[in-house]
Design a protein around this ligand. Structure first.
Ligand code: PPE
Length: 304
């Protein structure tokens, strides 16, 4: 990992190497943490954080679901994000706020452990490579089922949910694929290990309904951009056959941005290359995040 200068830790900017926690931190043992992933992009008027308020809203919602109280108001975390980007002097970065049960008593019950809060930033290029963004990635339907709505709360971006993602990702990579697509407990498509899934059929855009997925902010961004371009978007039940027979498919996520899916389980999707609608959505998306689409300016928090 390429280290930067500082990390925001419980309200202080501490040197990168000193941002440490105790080995008996509750979250390390029991996954009692919620986090966010946000990107800051370079624009003509300096760095700008994309949909910061929406990401922080989801962080507080995740904490609410897992019964943690974040010991700061949202304005303070917003300021923390801006301060930590400035302190590291970067123009573009990935931002990772994490809120977790700290050092106290051991045991599953977290109630005697305080809640700690950290915001780190680092430079993160294309999640599945530049080639993936241009040519698409190869995906595999996972043998792992997405965390069930009554066991892991997929709506919360909680660390505990990511063991499910991690197992699916390892399996997919072991089998020579780039990414996993997980089905929900009823066998319908839910999402990738760290992305939402979309496909295009006969000019209509489809994406799984919100029940078993993390409600991605990039997902919402793409839905809004597509509708504004006059395209039809349906949030519905999607099956693996729908995906196999789609004309185009793509992943969305803060880290993954918009990554085309070229192949699923050895079946080419459409031409097996980046589709036209996917390409158009990518072009508009990258203009939006770089501040080149005035209609979407309100999504940017400018640092200068
Ligand atoms: N589903 C999952 C399971 C997920 O992890 C992400 C983001 C999304 C959907 C898309 O959400 P959004 O970023 O709001 O569009 N995954 C984050 C973590 C990736 C990682 O490897 O760490 C991310 O993209 O930041």
């Amino acid at each position: 990992m390429q280290e930067l200068e500082k990390i925001w830790m419980n309200g202080e900017l501490v040197p990168w190497k000193e941002a440490k926690i105790h080995v008996l931190t509750h979250a390390l043992h029991y996954g009692t943490a919620v986090f966010e992933g946000i990107r800051c992009y370079k624009t003509n008027t300096g760095p700008a954080v994309f949909r910061l308020k929406d990401h922080l809203k989801r962080l507080y919602d995740s904490a609410h679901i897992v019964r943690m109280t974040i010991p700061y108001p949202p304005e303070e975390l917003e300021k923390g994000v801006i301060d930590i980007i400035k302190a590291n002097g970067v123009e573009e970065c990935y931002i990772r706020p994490i809120v977790f049960r700290g050092y106290g008593e051991m045991g599953v019950d977290p109630s005697s452990c305080g809640v700690d809060c950290v915001i780190a930033v680092w430079c993160w290029g294309a999640y599945m490579g530049e080639k993936g963004i241009k040519e698409g990635v190869r995906a595999k339907i996972s043998s792992y089922t997405r965390t069930y709505i009554n066991s892991g709360s997929p709506r919360a971006k909680s660390s505990a949910n990511y063991l499910n993602s991690s197992l699916a990702k390892i399996e997919a990579k072991d089998l020579g694929y780039d990414e996993a697509i997980l089905l929900d407990i009823n066998g319908f498509i839910s999402e990738g290990s760290g992305e939402n899934v979309f496909y295009v059929k006969d000019g209509v855009i489809f994406t799984p309904h919100p029940y078993s997925i993390l409600l991605g902010i990039t997902r919402d961004t793409v839905i809004k951009i597509a509708r504004k371009l006059g395209m039809e978007v349906k949030e519905t039940l999607c099956t693996r056959d729908d995906l196999y027979l789609a004309d185009e498919a793509f992943f969305t996520g803060t880290a993954a941005e918009i990554t085309p899916i070229a192949e699923v389980d050895g079946r080419k999707i459409g031409t097996g290359k980046r589709g036209e609608i996917t390409h158009l959505l990518q072009e508009v998306f990258f203009r939006v995040v770089r501040g080149e689409e005035p209609d979407y300016e309100s999504w940017l928090t400018k640092l200068r």
